[in-house]
Design a protein around this ligand. Structure first.
Ligand SMILES: [Zn+2]
Length: 373
């Protein structure tokens, strides 16, 4: 094994909203069940700017890692070293790190439901309650640096054909993939995706197609961008601008006798209007499933009596499991899932601040912003 350096270059935030500083810090040491990863690409998403500047104001109940901290949600790279209890991963393995950290020993973690762990936190991003501070104490470094430590159980191994830059997009892709799995979509299904042209929506397209969905109905606002999404699979994707009329009437027109869609995935972000969500719910068939991953905010008036009568369900879904991460990587490896529609814009670590502020200028969900530490 190659000798490891003593120190590494990272981008650290010292005060909320302050610029990330390029600094030298010690290379972290992996614990017995951990791996040390040499990060080659780390995804940055539009929400990162909010996490750094606004999170403590918007969501004071969801803490950031204690400052100064190395952020960075979606790291991919090579394993550089392994803890002494790690027997099936080795230096040189190409990997993605699922950043969802949990305690591993509570009732929920032990019964295979880590997403219910009250210590849940995104390594290098934010936690879901003050219990996450424990987790940040155990895993304090995100992907915007040369090295990071993660539990072996969080590792997704990458096929040779999957680039680190594409792997650094597995986070938002995985959020969409997990939603499609919860909606149990398959080859007989017609699904509706609100916000199809964004960072989550493109994941619904890539994995909806990969999972054999018969028809994907996508809504957004920008006509030109919508046509680019239809062009990804012209016979299986239909698109509609919310400026051109109600979503439910349009979507039902693509289903047998207008019965409604089998599943509805809402990818619209926190500021979206409630009416688009409600129209999506009204597009569901009897027995249909809706999944929210966009994090629409506020109290949405739902007709739960109608939902009960019609056996419909609405699921909130956040992130994805490492098992689902491995499924996605293997689908890319076998060629079933195609990430070639992503347009990667890479920047070196030294330009991380400019990259984060430049992310507003993007080509919808096609844009894939990454940092190469
Ligand atoms: Zn736990």
């Amino acid at each position: 094994m190659a000798e490891l350096p003593i120190t590494m270059t990272v981008a650290r935030m010292h005060e909320v909203g302050g610029a990330l500083r390029i600094e030298e810090v010690p290379v972290p040491k992996p614990g017995s069940s951990d791996v040390l990863v040499r990060v080659r690409s780390c995804g940055i998403v539009p929400n990162l700017g909010n996490i750094l500047a606004n999170w403590t104001t918007w969501f004071p109940e969801m803490p950031l890692p204690p400052l100064p901290a190395v952020f960075g949600l979606d790291p991919a790279g090579e394993i550089a070293a392994t803890g002494d209890l790690v027997h099936n991963l080795k230096p040189g393995d190409r990997v993605y790190v699922n950043p969802l950290r949990t305690c591993g020993s509570c009732r929920h973690c032990r019964r295979g439901d880590p997403r219910s762990c009250r210590h849940a936190a995104f390594q290098g991003y934010f936690g879901f309650s003050n219990h996450a501070l424990q987790t940040f104490g155990d895993y304090d470094t995100g992907g915007l640096g040369e090295y990071m430590v993660a539990p072996a159980s969080a590792i997704v191994t990458l096929p040779d054909t999957m680039s680190f830059d594409h792997a650094a997009r597995l986070g938002y892709m995985g959020t969409a993939y997990s939603a499609l799995k919860k909606a149990r979509v398959g080859p007989t299904d017609t699904i509706l995706v609100n916000g199809i042209s964004g960072t989550l929506g493109i994941g619904c397209v890539v994995f909806g197609l990969a999972m054999g969905v018969k028809k994907i109905l996508g809504t957004a606002r920008n006509h030109a961008l919508l046509q680019e999404f239809k062009a990804l699979a012209p016979h299986r994707i239909e698109v509609h601008s919310i400026d051109d009329g109600p979503i439910d009437a349009w979507a039902r027109g693509f289903t047998d006798d207008g019965e409604g869609v089998d599943a509805f995935i809402d990818c619209n972000g926190p500021g979206a209007r409630h009416e688009s969500f409600l129209q999506g719910m009204r597009a569901l068939r009897r027995g249909g499933r809706a999944v929210d991953i966009g994090a629409l905010m506020g109290d949405v008036p739902l007709d739960v009596h109608f939902m009960m009568d019609n056996n419909q369900s609405l699921i909130g879904s956040q992130w994805f499991t490492t098992e689902e991460g491995q499924e996605m990587a293997d689908m890319v490896g076998s060629g079933v899932a195609d990430f070639s529609c992503l347009e990667t814009q890479a920047a070196p670590l030294a330009q991380v601040n400019a990259a984060i502020s430049g992310i507003a200028e993007r080509h919808g969900g096609f844009s894939n912003f990454v940092i190469h530490p």
